[in-house]
Design a protein around this ligand. Structure first.
Ligand code: 13P
Ligand code: SF4
Length: 359
């Protein structure tokens, strides 16, 4: 359990801020009861926000909860695509996002560009499905056959029943899917610079190589990346290995392929938590993902040592207790997240398919 004492001890809180945090927790709990509200939080949220959450999870667990919860209002402590996904699955309940700055660098994908790429693959006669990472907005989800998260992308890919996949938008998770499902990874074009002829000239030799190796098909990777994970380097891992060969190195599937190959495990955020729990004898870990998860592990496992190789996501840190309180209390219209019904229906279909195939 997160307490002000544990936060102070772990240097997450200054002692002089403790009275205000205690006050905010009490007020938020009061307004949660008053509103009959459900407050989910992502694993990367700051610990004082996680302390007042009704449920904490990775993107997939949060999507499943969004389908199943029963309450009158949702205040979503995560980023916008997560709140939008919650509304997509439960449009009868108002969903609020405490900070409108809580965006995601992966989610900024132009749906017209996705439609153009689909048309290109059709013109080549490819037998493909479009898989979309949940880190996208509804207009892109609506163009997909199924959504996925980092915890289930390969499982869903294996069940779609087609050889080729257009994987949008994370190029590094696309690599993980290709590796686990025996497909050829086709690297993306440069962002906003898709030229069919140049692209085809680059990927054609790889396609032929995949055929020669008897692979299942191909993963056409989109040109997206998470700015937090994409900046992690092989050197981060090599330096750790040299410094302390005993350390278990766990990376998120949004890191570059070279890092995925060097790591001991490639996982989603909740899978990382379970991985640490499943290795009680292992005392030292390096968790290459957003720092919020590492803070949580330090609080839950004071007996273990975690190397600070993580990076901060400013979007995940945009939510604080003051904003959660004012959102719950005032339910400001500008923080209410909705999706036009014509788009929501397609996005819901792709999200439900993810839950059906990925559970
Ligand atoms: P998870 O689904 O692993 O929680 O990842 C979400 C995310 O935003 C990773 O950066
Ligand atoms: Fe998006 Fe990356 Fe932040 Fe996750 S860590 S919310 S993928 S920008």
């Amino acid at each position: 359990m997160i307490t002000v004492e544990s936060l102070i001890k772990n240097r997450q809180l200054h002692a002089d801020q403790a009275p205000r945090v205690t006050e905010l927790w009490a007020e938020i709990r009061h307004w949660k009861r008053e509103r009959n509200a459900f407050v989910p939080a992502h694993n990367y949220q700051v610990p004082e926000v996680q302390a007042i959450a009704d449920y904490i999870g990775d993107s997939f667990e949060l999507a499943v909860k969004a389908r199943d919860f029963k309450s009158d209002v949702v205040v979503f402590c995560g980023v916008r695509f997560m709140a939008e996904g919650c509304y997509t699955l439960a449009p009868e309940t108002p969903v609020y996002l405490p900070s409108l700055d809580a965006l995601c660098s992966l989610a900024e994908v132009d749906e017209d560009e996705v439609a153009e790429r689909q048309e290109f693959l059709r013109s080549l006669g490819r037998n493909f499905s479009t898989m979309t990472y949940v880190n996208t907005y509804a207009s892109v989800k609506a163009l997909s056959d199924a959504c996925c998260t980092s915890s289930n992308a390969a499982t869903i890919a294996a069940k779609l029943g087609v050889p080729d996949l257009l994987f949008v938008p994370d190029q590094n998770l696309a690599y993980q899917v290709a590796l686990k499902t025996r497909r050829m990874y086709l690297p993306p074009p440069d962002p906003h610079a898709f030229h069919p002829k140049d692209y085809w000239e680059r990927i054609e030799p790889l396609l032929r190589e995949g055929e020669r190796q008897g692979l299942v098909g191909n993963v056409f990777a989109w040109e997206g990346a998470c700015h937090v994970h994409h900046q992690m380097t092989e050197q981060d891992i090599l330096a750790l290995r040299a410094q302390d060969p005993e350390t278990q190195i766990v990376v998120h599937s949004e890191v570059l392929p070279a890092l995925q190959r060097l790591a001991d495990a490639v996982l989603s955020t909740s899978q990382m938590i379970k991985y640490v729990e499943a290795h009680p004898a292992q005392k030292k870990f390096a968790i290459l993902t957003e720092c919020g998860l590492v803070v949580r592990m330090e609080l839950e496992h004071p007996e273990k040592q975690f190397y600070k190789t993580c990076r901060l996501c400013q979007y995940m840190k945009a939510t604080d207790l003051e904003k959660v309180l004012s959102t719950l209390r005032d339910l400001p219209e500008e923080k209410r997240i909705t999706v036009p019904e014509s788009v929501r229906i397609g996005a819901e279909r792709a999200m439900r398919r993810m839950i059906e195939l990925g559970s």
